[in-house]
Design a protein around this ligand. Structure first.
Ligand SMILES: C[S@@+](CC[C@H](N)C(=O)[O-])C[C@H]1O[C@@H](n2cnc3c(N)ncnc32)[C@H](O)[C@@H]1O
Length: 289
């Protein structure tokens, strides 16, 4: 990958997995407590979770153990609550890798996992889910797709945890004069074809608010430094590639920016904070399930 070739989605998800996990670690229990799942899911029942845009299953690996702890806290008589997960994605390659990883590193005897190839527009949560979740998904969606998800949650009265949505905020140390023009072009690229890009979290919060959900938003930034040279390098290369695709007049600036940034990575001198938010949305209290 750092040989200049663009990583596949599977490779990129593997590369970012550690940074995602660290960014979410302290936020997830707080988000789950906001949902009050301990009171909405009776102790004798399995928790049914639908993960949309599941990729290779990183969300399952992060969330299932935290869910188990939060539910066990709510129901001390059940120390290991059973969970049924459905991983949905429209990309067969990543879903195939998710299935392989489930064999290589099982998530635990009390967690059953199924995969389904399909589009999130097909999601019907009525009588089939207690929680919907997604990670690194909202910013690649269009407004109508996010509205569709919120609509499905509203109809089914199901809560959601939606993690790692980019906000567009990036801080680089040391700064560089080309940071700002490249950031503008990158953010425009994120919104190509009607995608929400950095507007995604705000749009989702508004849509949930209109549907009467109570939303908690928690910052979950990536903090990248000398410990993740490969991720920093791929992140910077991907940023330049997207910016130059959006605005070809930035191609030369982007190349020299990337040369300088690569040298700083090699010297262990580059740090980046890439801002994300996680959100938890709880259906209206008087909504019958
Ligand atoms: C950035 S990846 C995140 C994957 C995974 N959630 C993670 O955090 O590792 C976004 C995923 O959403 C999937 N995706 C995007 N649009 C989708 C849609 N309309 N229906 C189903 N999956 C979709 C992509 O195939 C991709 O696997």
């Amino acid at each position: 990958m750092s040989d200049g070739a663009t990583p596949t989605l599977t490779e990129w998800l593997a590369l970012r997995g550690g940074a995602d996990e660290r960014a979410r670690r302290s936020a997830t229990p707080q988000l789950l407590r906001h949902l009050g799942l301990g009171t909405t899911v009776p102790p004798q029942e399995r928790l049914r979770v639908v993960d949309v845009g599941a990729g290779t299953g990183a969300n399952l690996r992060h969330l299932a153990p935290v869910l188990a702890r939060v539910l066990a806290d709510a129901h001390p008589q059940r120390r290991d609550p059973a969970q049924d997960w459905l991983l949905l994605d429209h990309d067969p390659e990543v879903l195939g890798r998710a299935a392989e990883l489930l064999v290589e590193a099982p998530v635990g005897a009390r967690t059953a996992v199924a995969t389904r190839l399909g589009d999130l527009a097909e999601v019907d949560l009525r009588d089939s889910a207690d929680l919907l979740t997604c990670t690194a998904l909202l910013d690649v969606l269009r407004a109508d797709q996010v509205d569709g998800l919120v609509g499905a949650l509203e109809v089914a009265r199901v809560p959601a945890v939606m993690a790692l949505t980019v906000t567009g905020g990036v801080e680089l140390d040391p700064p560089h004069p080309a940071d700002a023009p490249l950031a503008r072009a990158f953010d425009d690229h994120q919104q190509r074809g009607g995608r929400l890009g950095p507007r995604a979290a705000g749009h989702a919060v508004q849509a949930f608010g209109q549907a009467g959900f109570e939303v908690l938003v928690v910052p979950t930034p990536w903090r990248l430094g000398p410990e993740e040279p490969e991720l920093l390098l791929e992140w910077a290369a991907g940023r330049v590639e997207a910016a130059a695709e959006q605005d070809p007049s930035l191609a030369g600036t982007g190349r020299s920016w990337l040369r300088e940034r690569s040298a700083q990575v090699a010297q262990g001198r580059l740090r980046a904070v890439v801002h994300h938010v996680d959100l938890a949305a709880r259906p209206p209290a008087d909504a019958p399930r």
